[in-house]
Design a protein around this ligand. Structure first.
Ligand SMILES: [Zn+2]
Length: 296
């Protein structure tokens, strides 16, 4: 008997497959992330009308044939489309980065409690709020924290002592995050402890309340550097959507500040104070995605 599942799902990525099929990456409530083949989806629009698009929330019927490595998408009903996310470049870019994180940092067939609800909540905020730089940063930081990659920002990651308020401390991804003046290595990034406290508060608070953090543009950029270095050290690959997002936020050139490549990223996963994460595949494994277009 072929196991069959009915569950709610978010479309993370789709690929054309052969003449008539589409491969769909879904984050589902019951199964976690799955890849499923939608037979005939390219040939007949009636089979999956308006459902196999990025950001769509669906009720799906999936079967898991024995002896097949791929699940099969048998039916999909549209619950919500989030189509308005595509109408504004920054909004779209932040949302693309968000679904890439879910696609690449969650484990296949391992549902995380409430992650789908979290994802839908983030997409709701993105479709309603002004898509500013701080929103992009906090979506990244909150999602990483949610997936088990959370820097220590409240105390020294080495000795556990409280960080002195109103003074400069260090930030070092190798040590897990914030480091007090006594523990900090020479090459740790200097950073005001108040900025770390604000970032921690931003990770813990609703995205809609981010203005209350009172961060200047310069502080947001500084916090971005911390999160990016933490990401590069602990996760170790570049997001496909990173450059597109940076460009949409008005950064002409680049995403990589070049600092962290020396840090032997992949090998470090699991050694430091991070956990979770799940399976990871190379950025270009598999066929090219249909989306996102527009600058990627
Ligand atoms: Zn210390």
């Amino acid at each position: 008997m072929t196991p069959e599942y009915r569950t709610r799902a978010l479309v993370l990525r789709t690929f054309d497959q052969g003449e008539s099929d589409r491969l769909v990456h879904l984050y589902t409530e019951e199964l976690g992330r799955v890849s499923a083949i939608a037979k005939g989806a390219r040939r007949s629009r009636r089979r999956f009308p308006g459902t196999l698009e990025l950001f769509c929330v669906l009720d799906v019927r999936i079967v898991d044939p024995p002896r097949s490595s791929l699940m099969r998408l048998e039916g999909a009903r549209l619950v919500r489309s989030f189509g308005d996310l595509t109408g504004e470049l920054r909004r779209y870019a932040i949302a693309c980065q968000f679904v890439e994180l879910l696609d690449r940092l969650t484990a296949e067939n391992q549902p995380a409690p409430d992650l789908l609800r979290f994802a839908i909540g983030v997409l709701e905020v993105l479709s309603e709020e002004v898509p500013d730089r701080l929103l992009a940063l906090l979506v990244l930081a909150k999602t990483l924290a949610r997936l088990g990659y959370r820097p220590q920002l409240q105390m020294c990651a080495e000795c556990g002592s409280a960080l002195p308020r109103g003074s400069e401390v260090g930030f070092d991804p190798r040590q897990g995050g914030a480091v007090c003046p006594a523990c900090r290595a020479l090459d740790a990034l200097p950073v005001p402890s108040d900025l770390l406290a604000a970032l921690e508060l931003g990770i813990c608070s609703p995205l809609r309340e981010r203005a209350a953090l009172g961060l200047s543009e310069a502080e947001v950029r500084r916090a971005e550097t911390l999160v990016r270095r933490f990401f590069q050290f602990h996760i170790g690959f570049e997001l496909r959507t990173a450059r597109f997002l940076a460009q949409s936020l008005g950064d002409a050139a680049v995403v990589d500040d070049g600092a962290s490549r020396v840090d032997t990223p992949r090998a470090s996963v699991g050694r430091a104070s991070v956990h979770g994460g799940g399976s990871r595949t190379g950025p270009d494994a598999g066929p090219r995605p249909r989306e996102p277009q527009g600058g990627l």
